[in-house]
Design a protein around this ligand. Sequence first.
Ligand code: SF4
Ligand code: SF4
Length: 372
Amino acid sequence: MPNKQVSRVIIEKVGSDLRAKVESIMATLAPRTFAGAKVLIKPNMVGPSVPELGHTTHPELVRELVRSCLDRNGKVSVGDNPGGINRSSRNVARITGILEASEGCFTPLSDGVVEKTGLETGFQLVISRAILEADYIINVPVFKTHSGMMISGALKNTFGYVAGACKARLHVQARDAVTFAKTICDVFQVRPPDLNILDAITVIEGNGPCHGGRLREVGKILAGIDALAQDAVMARMMGVYPEILPVQKEALVRGLGVLDEKKIEIRGELVPIPDFKMPVTFYVSRLDEKARAEFRKLYPSRMMETRIEIKPERNEEKCVLCGDCALNCPAEAMTLEPEFQISDACIACYCCVELCPEGAMEVPDVEVFRHY
Ligand code: SF4
Ligand code: SF4
């Protein structure tokens, strides 16, 4: 956990020189040698998406990190716990290209688990043993929006420490955004990463973190020891004040890093991405009471909920009725028979949006919010 007053975030432009840029970052921020230590590379492997979709960490970035860590004599492993129940992490790694990029170092993280208790929430956290046994963790999130938590960066990526069905249980226990932000910080604190390397080569804007978002080519990687500072820089690139984001606000209160731009030394150029779109839930969460009243007049009442306030919808043309969403709905709010329905038990967690393999579950994109 950073205890210095100033945290450094490196922003590198990358192209065909990815290896050289990764090496430069490692030379600046990582130990010169790992001397046989266990090094865990933790990418974002949210689901079985091909690399072109941009949902998961780009395999070439993983490949360069594996090589660099092997060169430093580390005992390297690569792994993550994908979202959803009963999803094989090896299969997800294969589809995302991360299995091949891991060059024999892939490890299924769910093979061994340890129970921990969340520092603030008191929730039971089922954490992959490999996370706790690692001597050095390199967290490799993707630069993207998140309809639930607004951004998915370094802090949020550590939620992948949680194994199996525990993720779904935590969604139900932490029904509101504030409690879920506390839960994410609890998980982060189980084992803060030693280094964070953010994949901002192709990023997701709009209703991320998966199918609902849109791709933007940014061609950068960001790196730093302080996960919160890195998230803060990412938010500023999105054109957002990091102080208003639920997870980052909570992390600041807990002293998990720095957020204030005066306390972040940036090496490289922080250039906001022009006209970057946040999730529609972000705009709703910013509405004052008057605007909310207008919103209620314009949109069906069932879209107004207590959590992030918009229920997901199914795109019938894309849906193949596979049932994956209902299987993975933490609130058991979805039924397929006799017809597809989302009940009032929905907690607007957006797991179904994130996990539907066809991209058929959507957060309704309501352009009118963007005018508020
Ligand atoms: S997971 Fe997607 S495709 Fe499958 S039933 Fe649900 S909405 Fe339809
Ligand atoms: S229907 Fe979707 S958004 Fe609602 S609780 Fe289930 S998974 Fe979460």
